[in-house]
Write a protein that binds this ligand. Sequence first.
Ligand code: GAP
Length: 458
Amino acid sequence: MEEKEFKMEDMVNFCKTYGYIFQGSDIYGGLANTWDYGPLGSRLKNNLKDAWRKRFIQERPNAYELDADILMHPRVWEASGHVDSFADPLTDCRHCKTRYRADNLVNDFTNSSMGDKMTNEELLDYIKTNNIPCPKCGKCDFTDIRQFKLMFETYRGVTKDNKSVVYLRPENAQGEYVNFLNVQRSMRAKIPFSIGQIGKAFRNEITPGNFIFRTIEFEQMEYQTFCKKGDDLKFYEYFKDYGKKFFMDLGLPEEKLRFHDHEKLAFYAAAACDIEYKFPFGWGEINGTHDRTDYDLTRHEEYSGVPQKYLDPETNEKYIPYIVESTYGVGRTVLALLCEAYHKETLENGEEREVLKLSPYLAPIKVAVLPLIKKNHSEKAMEIYNMLSKYFMTSYDESGTIGKRYRRADACGTPYCITIDDDTLNNNTVTIRNRDTMEQETLKVDEVIKFVEDRIKF
Ligand code: GAP
């Protein structure tokens, strides 16, 4: 079996054809960096979120889920530092008018992350001294650097003034921080404990996005562990490894995952690391793990005036906990899973097939029910479909040749196809075909549920 390489455009087209992901506002020409998840994409996303819930909330001790509102008191974003400093350094090419992040220009030119550490003046100076060309037109004639705010602002109520401003949250984390004591008290939680949340975040990203890698609206699976000072680095190391293992369990191979330890840390952070996946366009961050010390809760205590200290019931010690955060991008993980699972194969008979080798747990549809001959077998097939769909997402397909129906199920990532034929009518047996090996075996109809259930566990 021969394998073919693919490009990101192939992936975009594939996702559109099979109902995974569509361009946002497509019929209006699209809105840059927005994408809509179709019937299969939204199932995949939900299965990923359920996997995260299982590993991070269900299977970990003292872990609690939260569902905080997107809109929060504007002081939250002053306390967090976002109002003052959540911005990108932008510059425009005067010649072709293309807009760039100045730090990216330097990083790409030097193939390093040195741009991350520079001030705006240093960035501009470096660009000019080294004559860094515009990647589009080749000229080196850039405007001064401006700080471009990434938070979306809107207004509540009827007046549009400073008092009514609210922000679309640029991260989930602050919802977990401001509810730290609510969760701790209501759950009678003892430190160390964790609060996790899956939710939308918004950033006014203007740089090109590589499909769903960088979008202006995206989902995060955030996990904050509240611990005692001194235990923070232990949790930090633990969650780096736990995160990598989580990605591997989802089906991303170890050789395409790497840690990227940050050299430049925020002034309050004790350690920071990304987990990167090797996308077809290069390495990209899919998770960020940070030791945030006691910075966030100290700031919220200061800005809200409400003490954020934890009282240790055993030692009577009162302290502001340290926070170790580990954040997963939902869209970026979906993209990594799709890139990893997608294969274009030439079969021995010369036919081509596109196949999505997603882990059966993640696959949007678990079983496809296919009557061999519509007029003879569809009634029985529908009966089996009705039985299976009570247990898992099942599809029913009676149109076209059986080969074409297998191809479609392969492309949708459906791990099992069940063919209903005369043997089903006579002996109550079905043929079950494995998506990856294309091998078939015969099962009794009443064995199918267990067969599939045993293979879709996470
Ligand atoms: N609370 C910490 C935080 O938000 P971050 O590194 O800015 O940290 C965490 O973001 C994760 O969110 C990233 O690893 C990435 O997976 C995802 N993410 C961030 N910006 C994104 C964007 N514009 N589009 C899609 N995913 C994004």
